[in-house]
Design a protein. Sequence first.
Length: 239
Amino acid sequence: MSAALTIDVLSLFPEMVEAPLAGSILGKAREKGLVEVRCHNIRDWTKDRHRKTDDYLCGGGQGMLLKPEPIFAAVEELRRPETRVVLMTPQGRTFNQDLAGELAASGGHLIILCGHYEGVDHRVVEELVDVELSIGDYILTNGAIAAVVVIDAVARLIPGVLGDERSSVEESFSNGLLEAPAYTKPNEFRGLSVPEILLSGNHPAIERWKHERSLERTRLNRPDLWRAWVEAHPEDGAR
Ligand SMILES: C[S@@+](CC[C@H](N)C(=O)[O-])C[C@H]1O[C@@H](n2cnc3c(N)ncnc32)[C@H](O)[C@@H]1O
């Protein structure tokens, strides 16, 4: 069986990508062949004696930049007709659940390129990259951890990866709101009770309660999501 999604990761630190993706749900999905993740070292595509992957910035400036030659060679070797090449960069579109869904449905093969030092030579961006992704407005030391975040979020949307497919539908961001608060046993803990409605067995009332709490949490924690929600559902803004 071929995997529904294959991801080739190009990094100077492939072990930083490999280790977190070996355990838990992703590790099992990889064992079952639902998702294939192959972590490569960009250095393996160098041709010189010193296996050099970086160089000084043209025109001056702090730090070093990843050279274009090994990256071009790696992408050209790994690329297939359906491949999308993703560059991890703080200058990219901010990664979110919608983008995770697009990548999960994008046709079966991703190459994820991780920068290091000051990033990558811009000719890589111009010629090879289909989508530049940022995981937020802060600077990491390299793209490996950012790639792990993207791979985890994308892979869990592949059918079969989560035990229950509803898990990826009934959760924060799937409908534009944050999920309602959740409780488990015991019903009483240190004088704190599980809301009675959740123990009532009245499922329509439980669903209404969850929706109300979901609206409340979104309004309190994510004003940006709340504004978009109220624009589309003005009746909720009037509460
Ligand atoms: C130190 S950063 C380079 C930052 C670059 N000089 C700039 O100012 O845009 C090194 C690498 O880490 C990765 N990286 C850092 N922050 C990131 C973020 N927020 N999202 C995605 N990748 C990031 C990228 O692959 C980047 O090339």
